[in-house]
Design a protein around this ligand. Structure first.
Ligand SMILES: C[S@@+](CC[C@H](N)C(=O)[O-])C[C@H]1O[C@@H](n2cnc3c(N)ncnc32)[C@H](O)[C@@H]1O
Length: 304
């Protein structure tokens, strides 16, 4: 159940000694208090236009899990459920997630499957991130404490280091790409330093993706770079007839989840740098691979 997402995350942190260690932190409340600096560090880092964050510290990851992750689970879920009828997923889904970090996308997809894809019984996930090793602890929380509460199917898969800015980065995984039903890039474009190579890589992925697969690229509105990259991808897309933009939108969604009292009292207290977020604003592109006639293609000048 989505409503209990914060509870699942806090449960995950409480039961992972690499995050909360009672000998070190005493109460869970004092552990949450100890995350204030990490939460401020993240907030400050995300305020600059080109974002550079070191996610290796477990305190930074824990702060991310509490402060941002719930919104980003909701983001994936909201994008998917805008038009649930178009996702005719099979019994087993192969899905690739790029720049996935702690994988809120997998949790969002899980919730969507529970609500809209009863026929799907298993997912094979491929998780890619430049900091794939560093994010291991948080992925464990997603895998053991969040996803099983949202969806009753089987999840398996692999995690691999991949730099979206590196030329020909998808070459070693073309086989995987050609067998995938769903590709998600979420909230990683503002951390990209080499946008032209990233766009080339995404173009390559669009070439290799199989017929009827979906490519979703979603990111926060706050960064000019995100809008530029999405506009450029949409432009390339309009010059071709082997895939179609099925949605291209800006959305502002209020958080549907209540932040628990223990978090408000000890971490997101409302003081400067620790103000909880109640809504997210993002833009996204949803593309379906296929063969289309020119009338099917979305108008070039449809605004976001
Ligand atoms: C803000 S986090 C988003 C994580 C997750 N997608 C979400 O929605 O919460 C940005 C992620 O992008 C990853 N990242 C940054 N630069 C990258 C690159 N060049 N290639 C692949 N991943 C990258 C970071 O390691 C981090 O996991």
């Amino acid at each position: 159940m989505m409503e209990k997402l914060y509870e699942y995350i806090l449960e995950g942190l409480k039961n992972s000694p690499d995050f909360y260690n009672p000998n070190l932190h005493q109460t869970f409340e004092s552990y949450l208090k100890s995350l204030q600096n990490a939460a401020k560090y993240l907030w400050k880092s995300y305020r600059s236009n080109t974002v550079k964050v070191d996610y290796s510290d477990p305190q930074v990851q824990a702060a991310y899990l509490i402060r941002y992750y719930p919104h980003y689970v909701q983001m994936t879920w909201e994008i998917l459920r805008l038009s649930p009828e178009i996702f005719t997923f099979p019994e087993q889904i192969n899905a690739c997630f790029f720049g996935a970090g702690p994988c809120p996308e997998v949790a969002g997809l899980s919730q969507f499957l529970t609500e809209h894809s009863q026929q799907t019984k298993s997912i094979i996930v491929q998780i890619y991130d430049i900091a794939s090793e560093q994010w291991k602890l948080s992925r464990e929380v997603t895998k053991n404490f969040v996803v099983p509460k949202l969806w009753k199917g089987d999840i398996s898969g692999v995690v691999r280091k991949l730099d979206l800015c590196s030329p020909n980065t998808f070459d070693p995984i073309t086989e995987v790409i050609s067998n995938c039903h769903l590709f998600i890039f979420q909230n990683c474009l503002n951390e990209i330093w080499n946008t032209s190579t990233t766009q080339e890589n995404i173009k390559f992925l669009l070439d290799c993706a199989p017929l009827n697969s979906f490519i979703i690229i979603g990111d926060l509105l706050a960064y000019d770079q995100n809008r530029r990259i999405l506009e450029d991808i949409a432009k390339i897309d309009n010059q071709r007839n082997d895939y179609q933009i099925i949605e291209r939108r800006e959305l502002e969604i209020p958080s549907s989840l209540r932040i628990p009292e223990i978090v408000r009292q000890n971490l997101l207290t409302g003081e400067d740098g620790l103000i909880p977020r109640y809504r997210i604003r993002f833009l996204f592109l949803m593309i379906r691979k296929g063969e289309y006639s020119s009338e099917d293609l979305l108008d070039d000048d449809i605004p976001y």
